[in-house]
Design a binder for this molecule. Structure first.
Ligand SMILES: NC(=O)c1ccc[n+]([C@@H]2O[C@H](COP(=O)([O-])OP(=O)(O)OC[C@H]3O[C@@H](n4cnc5c(N)ncnc54)[C@H](OP(=O)(O)O)[C@@H]3O)[C@@H](O)[C@H]2O)c1
Length: 331
């Protein structure tokens, strides 16, 4: 089968190969998925670049997310049959093989049925980012209808899911983006207030949106400014942190605890299969009813996986601003 894979870590153009690898077989509770679409996540680029969070299989097929059709079943599979359409995430992580290939063998615990009205591109584009947003908004923050939410980076992969889910749950949302086009996109995603963080006065916008501060602040950038954010939070406000492994910013201890705020950090790949499936069930319901939409910025052929990684890095790391959502690839 054709696959995008690496044999050594390093820069995308130097390490990502596109070529033939043996097709996997589904054993025990694994499902063999004929891949229809995959999506890029920033963590794919960190792993490829040598982040060394865990040992990678050799060769390592890059990628976490996938959507496609069940082609074969391991003997212990219970939830799926050949021909079912499925999506999932969490491959390529914790030592598992990745998804950027024509076929992937995935344990059924990490797969979910794809709603009929949703394409493989859309399902893959919602996978890791949708589960991340759901874990943060529901499990970590316990967001309630009528509460106020600030999403910093609201058109990004994760941010665009957070904006939509917060609206689905009945919250009021202020979100930021770095261009006028993206401010328009924020409105289309459902944000009540859309702020250009490069040209608008964010503090003034927050003051008029939530005079007593926001109940939930979601950071998607890798260098959080705690001093600034704590001034935006309401009494007992929650602060979600899920990016910036190397960040070591100063922390305003007094203002934070006197307001009774709480800080919630998490990584999606440490959530159990059961927790992630609960997220996927809601995501599927919301996709099927049209309440949640994939936010796809670019679709490329799988052969252009190296270009896709460069584009993701240019945006997530160098802040090029040339993406507004997910990069999806088709084998
Ligand atoms: N903990 C977890 O489980 C988990 C899961 C998924 C992702 N992550 C991490 O979360 C981060 C975001 O992931 P992603 O997939 O959403 O990446 P992404 O699609 O590249 O989004 C990054 C966002 O940051 C925004 N941004 C950049 N500079 C900004 C600034 N100064 N102020 C406000 N917003 C700014 C961008 O907005 P503009 O384009 O408008 O500038 C964009 O919306 C990555 O570091 C990723 O590794 C962690």
């Amino acid at each position: 089968m054709k696959a995008a894979y690496i044999e050594t870590c390093g820069a995308a153009e130097a390490t990502i190969k596109y070529g033939d690898l043996p097709q996997p077989t589904a054993t025990s509770s694994q499902v063999l998925v004929k891949v229809g679409a995959v999506a890029v996540n920033p963590i794919d680029t960190y792993l490829r670049n040598g982040a060394n969070y865990w040992e990678l299989p050799k060769p390592f097929i890059i990628g976490c997310d996938l959507a496609g059709t069940v082609a074969a079943l391991g003997p212990q599979v219970k939830r799926f049959k050949v021909g079912d359409r499925v999506w999932g995430s969490n491959q390529g992580l914790l030592g598992r093989q990745g998804t950027f290939a024509e076929y992937a063998a995935v344990d059924e615990a990490w797969l979910y049925p794809t709603p009929q009205n949703i394409t493989d591109e859309e399902a893959a584009g919602c996978a890791l980012v949708g589960i991340t947003a759901h874990l943060g908004v529901v499990r970590e923050a316990g967001l309630q209808a009528g509460q106020t939410v600030f999403v910093n980076g609201g058109t990004g992969g994760v941010g665009s899911m957070v904006v939509q889910m917060a609206k689905i749950l009945g919250a009021n949302v202020l979100a930021t983006a770095g261009s006028e086009e993206k401010v328009v996109a924020l409105k289309q995603l459902g944000a009540d207030v859309a702020v250009n963080y490069k040209t608008d006065d964010v503090a003034t916008a927050v003051k008029s949106f939530a005079p007593s501060g926001v109940n939930l602040y979601w950071e998607t950038v890798r260098e959080p400014d705690f001093d600034r954010v704590v001034t935006y939070l309401a009494e007992r406000g929650r602060f979600i942190l899920m990016a910036g492994r190397d960040a070591r910013p100063p922390f305003p201890v007094g203002p934070f605890y006197v307001k009774g705020c709480s800080l919630h950090g998490f990584v999606v790949f440490k959530a159990t299969a059961q927790e992630q499936r609960a997220c996927a069930d809601d995501i599927n319901r919301w996709l099927a009813s049209g309440k949640l939409k994939a936010n796809i910025s670019r679709v490329l052929p799988l052969a252009e996986a190296a270009k896709a990684h460069q584009l993701q890095e240019a945006n997530t790391l160098q802040k090029a601003g040339t993406l507004a959502g997910k990069i999806v690839l088709r084998p």
